[in-house]
Write a protein that binds this ligand. Structure first.
Ligand code: NAP
Length: 319
C-alpha cells in the first residue's frame, strides 16, 4: 500500500480541534436484538401456521477455545428465537470422509434448514471443500461458490452473514443509498466482495480497496459510506474520512487490555474517537457490526426454511 495523507480543509481542521462535531453511534447490539425479535416472530408463525420448526446445525471440529465460545453463542441465540439447534462436535483428527458423511446426513435431514461448519478447521481438512459439500440451499453462512455466484449475478441465494448485517445497518441508517460513493477496504470472499455486491445492488458506486490500493487515504476520503474490513487496529484515520460520512467498522483486533492485567480488549480498524468527530455516523467496536453476524445467521436460517417449504420469505431479513 502507498501511504499518503489526505489534507484537512480549514473547516475540518476546526471541527477536529474544537471537538464540535460528534457522529451518531450505531448501536449494533440493539439492532441485532431487534433482528432476533423479528426472527422469533417468524419462527412462532411457522410453528403455529405450518407446524414447522426451523433448524440450524453447527459442526465443530476440534477444541479451539474461541470456536467453542462462538458455537455456544450461536446455540444459545438459536434456542432463544425458538429454533431447533443441532450441535455436532467432532474430534480434531476426524477424517474428511467422516466429516463429509455427517454433512451429507445433515443435507438430507428435513429438520435441518441451515448448516455451518465453524472455521478454522484443522489443517488436514480443506475449508473450501467443506463449504462445497454443504447443500447451497442450507449454506446459511453464504460462503459457497454457488451462493457467491448467485449474489454476483443478482439472483436469489443466501448471503454471507456479516455483509448482510452491515447492509441492514446501512439501510436502517440511510434508507435509499442510490448514488452514494461506497468504499470498502478489504477484498476477502468472506466479507469485502459480498459487501461490494450488496452495495452495488443498492445502487451505490462501489470501490473495493485492498493492500495494493494506491493512496488509500484519498480513496477513502471520497466515501459517503466507508466500510473497513482489514484487521489492522485503528488504521483508518480522521483525515481519511469525508465529513458526514457513514463508517462501518468490521475489523476486530484483540490486544492486551492497557488497564486490566490478564484481560484483553477489542479494537476496530477505525481510529474511533478522532474519526467520530468527522463522520456523521459510525459503528463502535465492540457493539457495532459484531452482534449482527449471529442475528443474520438466524435470519438466513428462517429464510432457508421458508424457501425449502415453498413459503413466502420473511420481509426485511434478506438482501
Ligand atoms: P482477510 O481475509 O484477512 O482480508 C483482509 C483484507 O484487508 C484483504 O483484502 C487485504 O488486502 C486487506 N488489507 C490488508 N492490509 C491492508 C492495508 N494495509 N491496506 C488496505 N487493505 C489491506 O480478512 P476478513 O476475513 O475479510 O476480515 C477482515 C476483518 O474483519 C478481520 O479483523 C476480521 O476479524 C473482521 N471480521 C469481523 C466479523 C464480525 O464482526 N463478525 C466478521 C468477519 C470479519 P489483500 O487482499 O491485498 O491482501
Amino acid at each position: 500500500m502507498e501511504t499518503g495523507t489526505a489534507s484537512y480543509t480549514s473547516d475540518e481542521d476546526r471541527l477536529l480541534r474544537d471537538d464540535v462535531m460528534s457522529a451518531q453511534i450505531i448501536d449494533g447490539k440493539a439492532f441485532a436484538a431487534k433482528v432476533r425479535g423479528q426472527v422469533a416472530e417468524h419462527v412462532t408463525a411457522l410453528k403455529a401456521d405450518h407446524g414447522i420448526t426451523p433448524g440450524l446445525a453447527v459442526v465443530l471440529v476440534g477444541e479451539d477455545p474461541a470456536s467453542e465460545v462462538y458455537v455456544a453463542a450461536k446455540h444459545k441465540q438459536t434456542v432463544e428465537v425458538g429454533m431447533a439447534s443441532f450441535e455436532h462436535k467432532l474430534p480434531a483428527d476426524v477424517s474428511a470422509a467422516d466429516l463429509f458423511a455427517l454433512i451429507d446426513q445433515l443435507n438430507a435431514d428435513k429438520n435441518v434448514h441451515g448448516i455451518l461448519c465453524q472455521f478454522p478447521v484443522p489443517d488436514h481438512l480443506n475449508e473450501r471443500a467443506v463449504v462445497a459439500r454443504i447443500d447451497p440451499a442450507k449454506d446459511v453462512d453464504g460462503l459457497s461458490v454457488v451462493n457467491a455466484g448467485l449474489l454476483a449475478s443478482g439472483e436469489t441465494g443466501l448471503v454471507s452473514c456479516t455483509p448482510l448485517g452491515c447492509l441492514m445497518l446501512l439501510r436502517d441508517q440511510l434508507g435509499d443509498m442510490t448514488g452514494k460513493e461506497a468504499v470498502i477496504i478489504g477484498r476477502s470472499n468472506l466479507f469485502g466482495k459480498p459487501m461490494g455486491q450488496l452495495l452495488l445492488q443498492d445502487n451505490c458506486t462501489v470501490t473495493i480497496a485492498h493492500s495494493r490500493t494506491a493512496d488509500l487515504p484519498a480513496v477513502c476520503k471520497r466515501a459517503d459510506i466507508l466500510v473497513a474490513a482489514v484487521g489492522r487496529a485503528e488504521m483508518v484515520k480522521a483525515d481519511w474520512v469525508k465529513p458526514g460520512a457513514t463508517i462501518i467498522d468490521v475489523g476486530i483486533t484483540r490486544i492486551p487490555h492497557p488497564d486490566k492485567p490478564g484481560k484483553s480488549k477489542l479494537l476496530g480498524d477505525v481510529d474511533f474517537a478522532p474519526c467520530s468527530k468527522v463522520a456523521g455516523t459510525i459503528t463502535p467496536v465492540p457493539g457495532g457490526v459484531g452482534p449482527m453476524t449471529i442475528a443474520c445467521l438466524l435470519a438466513n436460517t428462517v429464510t432457508a426454511c421458508c424457501r425449502a417449504n415453498g413459503l413466502a420469505e420473511p420481509e426485511g431479513l434478506t438482501a
